[in-house]
Write a protein that binds this ligand. Structure first.
Ligand SMILES: [Zn+2]
Length: 354
């Protein structure tokens, strides 16, 4: 389908090197079960595997040596363009093809939009599952059957999950539902138990670095650290991310940084960009204070250590919990600008003597 290091077209799948062993198992299955749950670490490319799997099943001439879709037949063309008549994509991950977009070069890039949109589109409302119900009422066009890809499946609200459960209880013929989720514990147990599980591996650091470097991702090692070792997330960092991060980290690390100065540094930063940077910074400060270990901002060792000395660890620990909760709610912030301001002031308040 693609050479290592080439840009996959948006909406198309890819078998990443660390998914190879599982791909070799799944590709030999004569048929797919009626429901699959593809799970594994966040930011490691789960939707790309789901897309590749479905595309390969529909491809008119997939490669017998590796099971990859040809990328040239009519089915592959329809699939890449996102309008194959036997495929329905539900949820932001897959519909946008965002996880595969690692282009860091174009100013206001698709990656920046994808990163901002990715959080907005994590939720799958019940209307989307109804779209699925009407899709299933039409018989499949081709001989292979129909495929529905739900990603991220944990984005379903209760009504949507219940609607899906009804479909899983009486699965329509010649149909495969492919659920993708890095947070499988958030799925209804009754939904989970009806799916065959495909658990994908976490990439090794060297493997992830090789992949990022082959794609021309700048500062690959630091990007991988900042992304918590999630290569697909690291591939989404673009020039805009790096400048936002620099601005924020400079302010967070400054000795005399007041709440007001932090507010200025954070001005205009979208919550989905600010929150992970601030959270990882706070985790690093706690790491220095407890184990001496910095996991994320590995280029800022002195700065993090300095900040950690100025902060009250107990206050910081409570703040870290608050940030974690905020990250869970980042899909539905009531007023993102207000949240950004409040969080930066709360960080400043963790300093001794403030
Ligand atoms: Zn093909």
């Amino acid at each position: 389908m693609k050479e290592a290091g080439s840009e996959p077209a948006a909406g198309q799948g890819e078998v990443l090197p660390w998914h190879g062993p599982m791909w070799d198992v799944v590709r030999t299955w004569p048929t797919l079960p009626q429901a699959l749950l593809i799970t594994g670490p966040d930011g490691s490319g789960l939707p790309l595997f789901a897309l590749a799997l479905v595309q390969a099943r529909l491809c008119g001439s997939h490669d017998p040596a590796n099971g990859l879709p040809c990328g040239r037949c009519r089915s592959c063309e329809w699939f890449a363009a996102g309008h194959h008549p036997d495929v329905l994509r539900v949820g932001g991950d897959v519909a946008m093809g965002t996880e595969s977009d690692g282009d860091a070069g174009e100013g206001r890039s698709k990656a920046a939009e994808a990163r901002e949109d990715a959080t907005k589109s994590r939720s799958i409302p019940v209307g989307e599952v109804r779209r699925l119900t009407s899709f299933l009422q039409v018989p499949s066009h081709g001989e292979v059957g129909r495929f529905v890809i739900l990603s991220p499946a944990d984005g379903m609200n209760t009504a949507a999950a219940n609607a899906l459960l009804k479909i899983l209880e009486e699965p329509p013929p010649r149909t495969t539902l492919v659920l993708v989720s890095s947070r499988e514990s958030r799925l209804l147990p009754t939904v989970r138990s009806r799916c065959q599980l495909i658990r994908l591996a976490r990439p090794g650091r060297d493997e992830a670095l090789r992949w990022l470097t082959a794609r021309g991702i700048p500062k690959a090692a630091l990007a991988l650290d900042l992304a918590g070792q999630a290569p697909i997330s690291a591939a989404l960092f673009d020039a805009e991310f790096w400048s936002s991060r620099e601005r924020l980290v400079n302010a967070l690390g400054r000795k005399d940084s007041s709440g007001a100065a932090l507010m200025i540094a954070g001005e205009g930063l979208p919550l989905p960009v600010l929150l992970p940077i601030l959270h990882s910074w706070v985790v690093d400060c706690l790491g220095v204070a407890t184990t001496g270990r910095i996991r994320y901002h590995t280029d800022q060792v002195g700065s993090v250590a300095g900040a950690a000395k100025r902060m009250d660890p107990d206050a910081l620990m409570i703040f870290e919990q608050r940030l974690r909760a905020a990250r869970r709610l980042v899909d539905h912030p009531l007023n993102p600008k207000l949240v950004v301001g409040e969080l930066l002031l709360a960080y400043a308040a963790c300093e001794y003597g403030s």
